[in-house]
Design a binder for this molecule. Sequence first.
Ligand code: PMP
Length: 423
Amino acid sequence: DSSVCAPLPVLGQDVTVPLVTGGEVTYAALDYAASAPALQRVWDDVAAYAPYYGSVHRGAGYLSQLSTDLFENSRRTVAEFLGCRADDQVVFTRSTTDSLNLLAAALPADCQVFVYETEHHASLLPWRNARVTYLNAPRTPGQAVETLERALADRDPYGPALVCVTGASNVTGELWPVKELAAAAHAHGARIVLDAAQLAPHHPVDIAELDVDWVAFSGHKLYAPFGSGVLAGRADWLQAAEPYLAGGGASRKVARRADGGVDVDWHTTAARHEAGSPNVIGVYSIASACKALTEAGFDTLVAREQELVRRVREGLAEVPEVQVLSLFGDDAPRVGVISFVVRGWNSSHFAAALSAEYGIGVRDGLFCAHPLVRTLLGSDPQDPGECGAPEAEPGERSLNAIRVSFGAGTPDEHIERFLRAVS
Ligand code: PMP
């Protein structure tokens, strides 16, 4: 139950916001899936390091050396957090979006890519310059595996191929059968990248155990909101590719050629894709968050969060106008990310009322997963239509949804207030 452990201390728990009805209330941040509040521990670690801040990989001074050590130690911490194999590389990026675009830029020639239409746009869109097959939305985890196996069986068996899949949906919170999908991909000679943006903050991710080739996630969803992300996994494709960004730090040696051009010898380590002065605060904060979550113990964090998931689901089930969105069925296991619509309500108005009348921050819209939300709302996933907040008259279908999401820092009171407000 939620008493298995206290919520982890996060910033912003005492922030008060004005209510439209007068007075003020402490803010209930229930939009962890967009950006989670910083763990107090991450903030403290960053504050303790801040006076020693220096340039990374470029400086002979003591503080530059110290920052370089912190940066490289952070890489080891993240590798440990993800259970990386000995020859995996951890590349620091700006975000999951950046990580997946980096991998897309590093695909071998003629690579075929397989991606479900249900993906977040960050994992749906970066492959558009490759030969992409978009897979239809499955309605069970088993169907997800079958759909992939069928598509892979038809592929050109000699060329390289990549499957891209989410670990936990940013819309329904549902867990995808990553291990089975990885086995299917590998059985057909394809590789697989896991979008762990929503999985990593809620669930241990072990790259070797899941047997995925790459994992991508963002610091700001993992309680480290300082603009950094990770792409971890196989080195070969990354090192065979042109650097993601050309510049200092990625190049080992640069010289003018006799013919007037420039020769570059690029690094073959993670640095190849980390040109420019790195975001040492962002990287250090990700490592701090990884340590904090590991030390708190994922088992207890998951047990507590699952109790909150149970309460939200039961509470929402008591309100007849509420329809919870689900691809795999109501009982499918999911993390603390739940989307729903309320009959007779425009979702944007509903979310605005939660904020104005109760000080609760949720998200409304199509959550950067337009085809998935359209499928879940029963509208045509191929309809380019309006993505804003169209009016839903009583009895009319809502064209967008409301998402409540929570995690390691969420106190019981936020969940209780949310359920009271909805009912
Ligand atoms: N994938 C998923 C499943 C996400 O939920 C998100 C963020 N909403 C992303 C990718 C993109 O993450 P970021 O915005 O940090 O690049």
